[in-house]
Design a protein around this ligand. Structure first.
Ligand SMILES: [Fe+2]
Length: 238
């Protein structure tokens, strides 16, 4: 089928990280170490037995393998370019203050974001996907946006609790954490999710209301080393 294995290079693909989206995947070869992030709610599978899923929103590192089946995945390959911090010199990267504005994000926090890519639509029931039951729940279309983030070691990227989308994160380079807090104070930390390369937070942090509003706990990304991670945003489209 001609529509199979449709490859979309991503605008933040560059000297440090090669990044592409592949949709309607059948028997797609993966050379070397490739981080596979499942963008869809249906499982993805490597071509090995026993057949075990790469579940919704989660990821793995495939090594000289074949992706047997997937609806939509991001494939990320870390290249040898050093230092990792040089990624912010690539086209499209900005300090987050220059994106959010100085009132919304402090220039003193060294958090950088790549260009954003809108890569199409994924359809799923958000209540079912977020583990909530609601009598009126139904499949909805979500526009998927992808971007990379970078920060240097020991950066706390800012405790926040508002998004009008579902977000997940996959670690690409380095070691960091996604953290949850009872309030906006760092001392109120109540959950610490360690992130190593190839690991994604497969359970989005948000809850969902009957009217499809998303409720987030106070949360932040914190880097232990130089970190590059992928953010996946699902924006309600219908
Ligand atoms: Fe967030």
């Amino acid at each position: 089928m001609s529509s199979r294995n449709r490859i979309t290079p991503l605008p933040f693909s560059g000297r440090h990280v090669e990044a592409r989206v592949v949709t309607d995947v059948r028997d797609f070869p993966l050379t070397g170490r490739v981080i596979v992030v499942n963008l869809d709610t249906t499982p993805a599978y490597l071509a090995r037995l026993p057949r075990t899923p790469i579940p919704a929103f989660s990821s793995t590192i495939a090594v000289d393998s074949t992706l047997a089946q997937a609806k939509a995945v991001v494939l990320l390959q870390v290249l040898d370019e050093q230092p990792v911090s040089g990624i912010t010199d690539e086209p499209g990267w900005q300090h987050f203050t220059d994106i959010a504005g100085p009132d919304a994000f402090p220039r003193t926090t060294p958090l950088y974001r790549s260009a954003r890519a809108e890569v199409g639509t994924v359809r799923f029931d958000p209540h079912a996907a977020l583990g909530a039951t609601h009598p009126g729940s139904r499949p909805r279309d979500f526009t998927v946006r992808l971007m990379l983030w970078y920060c240097p070691p020991d950066t706390a990227c800012g405790i926040h609790n508002r998004h009008d989308f579902i977000e997940t994160h996959a670690q690409v380079v380095g070691h960091g954490r996604m953290q949850k807090f009872a309030d906006q104070e760092p001392a109120s930390l109540y959950e610490d999710v360690l992130m190593s390369p190839g690991y994604a937070t497969p359970v989005p942090f948000c809850g969902i209301g009957p009217d499809t509003t998303f409720t987030y706990p106070w949360h932040q990304y914190k880097a232990d080393t130089d970190c590059v991670w992928l953010a996946v945003e699902y924006h309600l489209a219908d």
